[in-house]
Design a protein around this ligand. Structure first.
Ligand SMILES: Nc1ncnc2c1ncn2[C@@H]1O[C@H](COP(=O)(O)OP(=O)(O)OP(=O)(O)O)[C@@H](O)[C@H]1O
Ligand SMILES: [Mg+2]
Length: 326
């Protein structure tokens, strides 16, 4: 891969428009000290010292895209609740456009609360309601989407199967924009046919294809199968083993991970799709986009929590990596 060309792609991110549509989530972290057992029940008592809110799900993908410097918009639903208000202010803080965030009164905002004492997670509390958005909300989203759909260089569908992504929505997007890339959930496989690129992890790819096995031969069969069935390019992410790109023209690339140290793999998939989108919007080929995303993922797995990276950091990582071999 020619380094100057890669640097040029990375320099282009700032002028691009990217839309993320999907399940918006809020992650709340409650940190505290634990030094006694409750007199009421045999449970630990956490004396809260700090609280933190972080964007999750599709909103974390948006956060990653924004960190990469692109003009970022998000489309999805929140509930008529406190978590919804906090989500809006977190999106605002990251300068993510939220004109297409719709309130669905029949749903609640998806929120995951993690209680952490002495650096150890003690409990997770989930608020979610995975019913599909109502037909009225679906219409409202489609209407908003159609007003601007041609403005986006790339559209990311970030599906966590919490009810935002419907077949009507994906079909409309895929029909009207030719750079739609999908982080899929196997149960919605039929929704994504004809998208430009689909980026399942190995477990999802296996479930989508109905082919089991984790060895290279199985991965190859899974990739070939999905290529044909979905009529999309396929990027299978494979955790510590990196990623496998299957192109519709039958070209195939294997990209070993670039991670130097692994601290927290949460959200690596979100970083991958965010970086692929930014790179494609800047004119990268699929192979170049995957190459850059592999470095970006390698950086975030070395950070704590659901992290993101920036263009300078990716550039430095690539330059450092290249210098080791020249
Ligand atoms: N343990 C690891 N060691 C090295 N690199 C990793 C590791 N886990 C993830 N990566 C990097 O991150 C990329 C995406 O990771 P992975 O395949 O786990 O995605 P994912 O399962 O969709 O993640 P998530 O859904 O938790 O965000 C990998 O292709 C690789 O580049
Ligand atoms: Mg994933």
């Amino acid at each position: 891969m020619e380094t100057n060309r890669i640097m040029e792609i990375l320099d282009n991110f700032k002028n691009k428009n990217i839309l993320i549509i999907g399940d918006i989530m809020l992650d709340k972290y409650i940190y505290g000290d634990v030094d006694r057992i409750s007199p009421e029940a045999p449970v630990q008592v956490v004396n809260v010292k700090k609280e933190k809110y972080v964007l999750g799900g599709a909103a974390n993908v948006a956060s990653n895209v924004a960190s990469l410097g692109c003009k970022t918009s998000i489309c999805g639903v929140i509930g008529k609740d406190e978590a919804g208000k906090i989500l809006i202010s977190c999106l605002e803080e990251k300068k993510i456009n939220r004109d297409m965030v719709v309130t669905d009164k029949l749903k609640i905002s998806t929120q995951k609360i993690r209680i952490v004492g002495q650096s150890q997670q003690l409990l997770r509390i989930d608020y979610e309601n995975t019913i599909y958005i109502s037909p009225a909300v679906e219409e409202e989203i489609i209407k908003k989407l159609m007003e601007k759909i041609s403005l986006y260089d790339v559209i990311i569908i970030s599906d966590y199967a919490k009810g935002t992504i419907t077949n009507y929505i994906t079909a409309t997007i895929i029909k009207n924009n030719n750079k739609v890339i999908v982080d899929p959930k196997p149960k919605h496989k039929e929704f994504y046919k004809g998208a430009y690129l689909i980026t399942p992890n190995l477990k999802e790819a296996s479930a989508m294809s109905g082919i089991e096995g984790e060895d290279e031969n199985s991965i190859s069969s899974i990739g070939q199968h999905l290529l044909e069935e979905m009529n999309s390019h396929i990027l299978i992410t494979c955790g510590a083993r990196g990623m496998y790109l299957f192109k519709k023209d039958r070209e195939f690339y294997r990209l070993p991970t670039k991670a130097k140290e692994v601290y927290d793999v949460t959200g690596a998939g979100d970083t991958v799709i965010a970086t692929i989108a930014s790179s494609l919007s800047s004119g990268a080929t699929l192979r170049e986009a995957s190459y850059i995303a592999n470095y970006a993922a390698g950086i975030v797995v070395g950070k704590s929590g659901t992290a993101s990276t920036a263009v300078e950091e990716i550039k430095n990582e690539i330059k450092y990596d290249k210098s080791r071999f020249s």
